[in-house]
Design a protein around this ligand. Structure first.
Ligand code: FES
Length: 76
């Protein structure tokens, strides 16, 4: 799996996203959600906070079972 990081230093859940910030906070305006938004919960997405499917590799490498949270807008 190349450079895939299974174990983070000090047991951090976040291996490499915005590490220079003391806390990672993302804001998405609800008005910008067209239909469905998949939010990353594995901290491996290259489009964080949006899921890019990287959880599949994480799960395969670690035996974990994480996936995104889906925000869905009701059909009008
Ligand atoms: Fe992290 Fe999908 S990439 S949950």
């Amino acid at each position: 799996y190349g450079v895939y990081k299974v174990i983070s230093p000090k047991g951090h859940i976040n291996p490499n996203i915005q590490k220079s910030n003391s806390k990672v906070v993302n804001v998405i305006n609800i008005e910008d959600i067209a239909d469905t938004l998949a939010l990353c919960r594995c901290w491996r997405s290259k489009t964080f906070p949006k899921c890019d499917g990287s959880h599949a590799q994480h799960n395969q490498c670690t035996g974990d079972n994480v996936g995104p949270v889906l925000i869905k807008r009701n059909a009008a």
